[in-house]
Design a protein around this ligand. Structure first.
Ligand code: FAD
Length: 402
């Protein structure tokens, strides 16, 4: 396997890196302190620049106005964009829209594509994905309680969801609801498009995360579905295929998340090293002279390099062999990379002393808002159990008697 950065993507990576460093990083502290909706005009102007530079929607096919990058290529770009909390948004490949775009493209009817996919791809509207519920275990979505019952030509949806990222201001939600209650557990739920403004689609609140409720794209909402009525034509994909589609949505998404986290790792590592090299402790002696700091730096570098190779290896396997061959790898990178990120950010904060926990650097944002990485798209424990089961299967079975 070849982990050299493909020639085809080098100019784009360099251009994106320059854009991130020159246009986004210098503004991020001010942006993080402001309500998200107040930033939208400035961010829209930057998105227009990204479009003019041919970098918009990097992961999407060209027919949608995207760049059409492959999994490894977009992973490498995602690493560049991950250096700042605004990178993916500026380039139009932010969660949850990127995943929704993918499933609308694959499963949407012509009418759904015209109404929702096309404006989403142009960045004119935003969307959200509404699966997790406060009262049932998100780690086991076969327990979903939200119901969509058929009534004439419509679905009537009742249930309670939370952690619906970016629901505030979204034009539509894709909701996972039980439509086939008598089917086997994995065939009970379907995905249904619910336009914002549908009576009975009520955003109860933006949930405070580590004290910050956020707003707009940078928020996670609790939503009450109270008899929300939508046409059955809003069904996305086949009835009962909700889990299948959700899995497809999460698969490549985990590679993108891991590469984004590696971008965060590299940013925090750069800050750790800069601080170590410049913070004077005693005369000319900087923090970098202390062996304990040197050990953090060496350990962090080793952990980042190792995680990066694991993620690229998994992406390479998915692209060249197929997703089924990479299932264990994807579980391993999901929990491992999230853990590496948390440790590197924590060390960088420690090296900054009190400054590290202020909002004067981006580190405290990463510490608070990336902690969720160990929970969403499968908590650490679920991935560990899943990977271990698959690994152990090769050692178990009647044939193995010794
Ligand atoms: C920042 C963030 C954004 C999110 N965005 C969205 C979104 O846009 N849309 C959406 O629908 N959801 C979203 N979620 C929700 C996320 O998908 C769920 O939080 C996740 O699936 C876990 O479900 P839960 O919170 O109900 O935890 P639970 O299922 O209650 O699990 C709680 C804990 O139990 C442990 N655990 C669970 N299962 C096992 C097991 N099999 N073995 C051992 N231990 C186990 C784990 O430690 C886990 O963290 C988001 C979450 C976060 C943090």
């Amino acid at each position: 396997m070849d982990f050299a950065i493909p020639e085809s993507v080098r100019p784009l990576l360099a251009k994106a890196r320059a854009f991130v460093d020159e246009k986004l990083v210098p503004r991020e502290i001010a942006w993080l302190a402001a309500p998200f909706k107040s930033l939208e005009p400035e961010l829209a102007a930057l998105r227009a620049e990204v479009k003019r530079a041919g970098m918009w929607l990097p992961q999407a096919p060209r027919e949608l106005g995207g760049v059409g990058l492959g999994l490894v290529e977009h992973g490498l770009l995602s690493e560049v964009l991950g250096r700042t909390p605004f990178g993916h948004y500026a380039f139009g490949c932010q969660a949850p829209d990127a995943g929704n775009l993918e499933i609308l493209h694959k499963y949407g009817s012509d009418a759904q594509k015209r109404q929702w996919l096309e404006p989403l791809a142009r960045g004119e509207i935003r969307s959200c994905f509404s699966m997790t519920e406060p009262d049932t275990a998100g780690s086991n979505p076969t327990e979903l309680a939200c119901r969509a019952r058929r009534d004439g030509d419509d679905f009537v949806i009742d249930g309670r969801k939370w952690f619906t990222t970016a629901a505030d201001g979204a034009a539509f939600a894709i909701v996972m609801a039980v439509t086939e209650p008598d089917a086997p557990p994995h065939a009970r739920a379907s995905q249904i498009i619910v336009p914002a403004g549908t009576p009975g689609f009520d955003i109860v609140r933006n949930i405070p995360v580590m004290g910050h409720p956020g707003e707009g794209w940078a928020s996670h909402a609790e939503i009450a579905y109270r008899g929300a009525r939508v046409p059955q034509a809003n069904l996305l994909g086949p009835a009962g295929a909700g889990f299948l589609i959700a899995q497809e949505r999460l698969g490549p998404g985990r590679i993108h998340h891991c590469m984004r986290w590696l971008g965060i790792c590299q940013r925090a590592f750069d800050m750790l090293c800069t601080r170590a090299a410049t913070r004077r402790l005693d005369g000319d002696k900087t923090l970098a002279h202390k062996q304990i700091i040197q050990a953090w730096i060496a350990e962090a570098r080793a952990e980042i390099n190792a995680a990066r190779l694991m993620v690229l290896d998994a992406a390479w396997k998915i692209e060249n062999v197929g997703f089924a061959a990479a299932r264990v790898d994807v579980s391993l990178i999901k929990f491992h990379t999230a853990g590496v990120m948390m440790r590197v950010v924590d060390r960088a904060i420690q090296a900054h002393g009190a400054l590290g926990i202020t909002s004067d650097t981006v580190l405290s944002f990463f510490y608070a808002h990336e902690r969720g990485a160990r929970i969403y798209d499968g908590p650490d424990e679920v991935h560990k159990v899943t990977a271990a089961r698959r690994i152990l299967a090769a050692y178990e079975g009647p044939a193995r008697s010794k």
